[in-house]
Design a protein around this ligand. Structure first.
Ligand SMILES: Cc1cc2nc3c(=O)[nH]c(=O)nc-3n(C[C@H](O)[C@H](O)[C@H](O)COP(=O)(O)OP(=O)(O)OC[C@H]3O[C@@H](n4cnc5c(N)ncnc54)[C@H](O)[C@@H]3O)c2cc1C
Length: 474
């Protein structure tokens, strides 16, 4: 009987998992493995952890859930901490494995690791087989090679919608055969074991994000079937507060606890059984954005991480003012709409899409700070960090990505007033501004008497604005 390692990475699920299906089809004995790659928890070039507390906890929970779900079908999960390029080949040799199956990734760090492993495996005549699993549309179903991917999203979307059929999901296996005689299944590490400081759950968070396929499926059932919030998604998706203005599927999608094809099938079912409208379509539309950024990363490789992006603009000058960056990072810019969003990120690991667009625009277009710093900070903090969606959106906002508009600019004052008219969101995250009259909350131009009246002391308990917000009035 052949023996196969299924090396889980960003595909932490049983449903719609081609790797498991392949093993079952072959009647193979399986060794499921997850490896906490220690480099992912070390400090990045700016001195903060590449993966900070929120995502570390979510990942640990997701791995635990995967292990439990595998155990329920006669399997298990071998968990290790270290460098996969040593661990995977060693395991393959030790247990006389014939092939190692993985989901294909598109970015350099992952590919480098894969290449080293592939080389080591080949020396022992063991295969490494990759399967494309992360998108709604399968890369092989696109009607062009990836180098011809359109640089404008709409063109990509229209082509895909017209020509590509979303493939059916693979059913969750009900039984798998493990390879016998594994002595040690390893322990799931804690945050501290990975060198990450664990933080308390903030009761103000938008949603109680719990890692794993089980919680991901529960969230999907809630958002669609139990509450029908999906039927208003298009109207609510730009809001800022609460559990249900948007799906919050992102964190589960990022680690593969939810498959985009599974979400798609559920939406189609919902449309048949309940209601089909612009909102149900719009969630699929957003999933196509997610696909797009993955394909962009595949097309452009490392360019998405570089300052020039995929659309170099020699006239763009970036600064590296560390003090300004700290102010942005900590939510101390003195611009309430920006600070509220950054404090939500810092305290919960989540921020709405509207918030992300505004804080990214403020950093890159108003402060003109090296955008890769902002992207790296998001990488550290976001609970739903996804390498392609994050860096792809950052180059887009910074003006060196796929935005067909040359001079897109977010007027923070206009945005704040439009999406947080009465400052409810601002006051939620900046309690020091709680008593400020709604009509002053965005500009915060207050004389001494008003400051006294509203219990705020600008420059003392809330910072002076870093830039003159009156520029947005003009
Ligand atoms: C600067 C910046 C950085 C971002 N970084 C990330 C990231 O690291 N990980 C991430 O998943 N998303 C990222 N996004 C995209 C988007 O903000 C989040 O996907 C979304 O806010 C997550 O909330 P939700 O699941 O409730 O989204 P919903 O509005 O419910 O959307 C459903 C799903 O569609 C996908 N989606 C929606 N908008 C986008 C988008 N603009 N780009 C790609 N996919 C999208 C997500 O998978 C999302 O879960 C970023 C956006 C910006 C502007």
């Amino acid at each position: 009987m052949s023996r196969i390692i299924v090396w889980f990475r960003n595909d932490l699920r049983l449903h719609d998992n081609e790797l498991l299906q392949k093993c079952i089809d072959k009647g193979a004995e399986i060794l499921p493995v997850f490896c906490f790659d220690i480099r992912q928890f070390q400090n990045n070039f700016l001195g903060f952890p590449k993966t900070d507390s929120f995502r570390t906890r979510f990942l640990i929970e997701s791995v635990r859930d995967l292990k439990t779900n595998l155990q329920k079908i006669g399997g298990n999960l071998l968990v290790c901490v270290g460098n996969p390029e040593n661990i995977i080949p060693d395991l393959a040799l030790k247990y006389k494995i014939k092939s190692v199956l993985i989901s294909a990734e598109v970015t350099q760090e992952e590919i480098n690791t894969e290449n080293i492993i592939e080389q080591k495996l080949l020396e022992n005549k063991i295969e490494l087989n990759k399967f494309w699993q992360s998108t709604l549309y399968h890369i092989q179903d696109l009607s062009y090679p990836i180098k011809n991917l359109p640089d404008v999203f709409t063109q990509f979307r229209k082509g895909a919608e017209a020509l590509v059929k979303v493939r059916k999901t693979f059913v969750s296996p009900t039984k798998i055969s493990l390879i016998p005689a594994i002595e040690n299944w390893g322990n799931i590490p804690s945050e501290q074991d990975l060198g990450i400081f664990p933080i308390q759950t903030n009761q103000k968070q938008a949603l109680n994000f719990k890692g794993g396929e089980t919680a991901g499926k529960d969230r999907l059932a809630d958002y669609l079937w139990n509450t029908n919030h999906i039927s208003n998604y298009k109207e609510t998706r730009n809001e800022l507060l609460g559990e249900n203005y948007s799906s919050k599927f992102s964190a589960w999608l990022a680690l593969g606890c939810l498959s985009p094809r599974y979400i798609y099938e559920e939406i189609i079912k919902y449309e048949k059984e309940k209601i089909k409208n612009d909102s149900t379509y719009w969630l699929i539309f957003e999933l196509i954005w997610r696909d797009y950024f993955r394909f962009v990363a595949k097309k452009y490789g490392n360019k998405i991480f570089q300052l020039e992006g995929i659309k170099p603009k020699p006239n763009l000058k970036w600064n590296e003012n560390k003090i300004w960056f700290e102010q942005w990072k900590n939510g101390n810019t003195g611009i309430p709409f920006i600070d509220a969003n950054m404090r939500e990120l810092n305290q919960t690991g989540f921020m709405s899409n509207r918030g992300r667009q505004n804080v990214a625009s403020f950093l890159t277009k108003d402060l003109k700070i090296n955008w890769t710093w902002g992207a790296a900070y998001f990488e550290s903090k976001l609970i739903d960090y996804d390498v392609c969606s994050n860096w792809g959106n950052w180059i887009y906002i910074a003006g060196v990505g796929n935005d067909p508009r040359e001079d897109r600019y977010f007027n923070i004052l206009v945005q704040g007033k439009r999406y947080d008219e009465k400052g409810k969101y601002i006051k939620y995250w900046l309690p020091e501004l709680e008593k400020v009259n709604d009509k002053f909350i965005h500009l915060l131009q207050l004389d001494m008497f008003q400051q006294k009246e509203f219990g705020v002391n600008i420059g003392k308990n809330y910072p002076n604005p870093m830039i003159n917000p009156m520029k947005w009035e003009r």
